[in-house]
Design a protein around this ligand. Structure first.
Ligand SMILES: [Zn+2]
Ligand SMILES: [Zn+2]
Length: 388
């Protein structure tokens, strides 16, 4: 079915990795708490002959396997963290920890990369070094960043890097690529609005922080519509306005929480600059103050041209050109593999279809175990083609 020398081996081990996926699914761990999962990953890699490093970004694991005498290196990344969601699938392997759930399929990503790591170590049919990178806290959008800060690419240089994510609703086992911006940057901001509190019946003695926060929320929506070019993309979402709890009190303080997305560094910079100006001057016009606090930010996923071309051809050769989609539209969701691509732009992130079913982050979502084999075969093919 696939053009992979590993297909038989991967299928022989499919039951083992399916069981393993279910075990991880039953015991989900949130960002930076992936102790059991990373322990299990490290143990298996060690067993298969990888040189294993633990502790980057607390629970991150890097396995390296060198074959032959080439100095070329390739890095493959998977994520291990779960989400704070109550699962409702009712499946036999449903989460045993209420409020924690592998609702994004990182359990499946972890076992798919493990399955590839095992197959690569089994055949040793490449010349160079493969590094399998298991990162924590992708959902927090900075687990990858912390791995870099902890010296990921200094200690484990990679000539080229690849990432992969499952995507529900797309046909199972088909591949989706795009050169350039594929997923959006994401910045989380808090805006602190300070006015003057008082009695709800005497507004003339107050500066109503709640009302001003509402004015700011409306004014912010002019940025994408009037400052960003019509052919460029941006999203500003005011996800929360928190202020007061009594009907007859005018509040001196309101907290706004924003999520800001874009597909280019230029638009990202523009959005952040204009949010600051709009918030500050809107507040000023009412006699209040607004301070913007940058909570965290993740750049857009920018796929390198050469690496995308290479990965696309590898996938086409593996599953056939009719199951590989190129120039796919970008998504406004975010992914912290973007930090690794920012540090090493020679890389490519793609989607693999998860088949029909609920979208990731839905309480009824589940990873499709049938895509473990094609995902692992893709990883193996990348390594063996690059380190030929
Ligand atoms: Zn997710
Ligand atoms: Zn995810």
């Amino acid at each position: 079915m696939m053009n992979s020398p590993h297909e038989t081996f991967l299928r022989e081990n499919h039951a083992f990795f399916t069981d393993l996926r279910h075990k991880i699914h039953q015991n989900p761990e949130l960002g930076f708490e992936e102790e059991q999962t990373s322990q299990m990953v490290a143990n298996l890699l060690q067993e298969w002959g990888y040189e294993v490093h633990r502790g980057l970004a607390k629970t991150g694991v890097v396995g390296s396997l060198k074959v032959g005498n080439s100095n070329k290196t390739i890095g493959l990344r998977a994520d291990m963290d779960a989400l704070p969601i109550v699962e409702t699938t009712g499946k036999a392997w449903q989460s045993q920890i209420k409020g924690k759930f592998h609702g994004c399929g990182h359990d499946g990503h972890t076992v798919s990369l493990l399955a590839a790591a095992q197959a690569l170590a089994h055949s040793k049919n490449f010349n160079g070094t493969v590094r399998v990178i298991f990162q924590p806290a992708e959902e927090l959008l900075y687990g990858g960043k912390v791995m870099l800060q902890d010296g990921l690419f200094e200690q484990f240089p990679c000539d080229v890097i690849f990432g992969l994510h499952n995507m529900p609703t797309l046909p199972a086992g088909e591949f989706y690529f795009r050169e350039g911006a594929f997923m959006a940057s994401c910045d989380t901001l808090h805006i602190h609005v300070h006015g003057k509190g008082g009695h709800g019946a005497m507004p003339e003695h107050t500066i109503d922080a709640t009302l001003i926060a509402c004015q700011i929320a409306v004014a912010l929506q002019t940025i994408v519509s009037r400052n960003v070019g019509a052919l460029q993309q941006g999203v500003i979402t005011v996800g929360a306005i928190q202020s007061g709890d009594a009907p007859n009190v005018i509040n001196d303080y309101a907290l706004m929480k924003l999520s800001v997305r874009s597909l280019s560094p230029e638009v990202r910079e523009l959005l952040l600059k204009r949010i600051g100006e709009v918030a500050e001057f809107q507040a000023k016009s009412f006699g209040a103050t607004a301070k913007v606090e940058h909570i965290n930010g993740c750049p857009a996923v920018m796929n390198g041209a050469a690496a995308t071309q290479f990965a696309t051809e590898v996938a086409q050769n593996l599953v056939g050109a009719d199951k590989v989609h190129t120039n796919c539209p970008p998504l406004m969701g975010s992914e912290d593999f973007a930090f690794m691509l920012e540090a090493n732009p020679n890389g490519c992130y793609c989607f693999i279809g998860n088949g029909d079913g609920n979208m990731v982050h839905h309480p009824n979502y589940d990873f499709n175990d049938e895509i473990i084999v094609p995902a692992a075969a893709y990883w193996c093919a990348l390594v063996e083609d690059y380190l030929r």
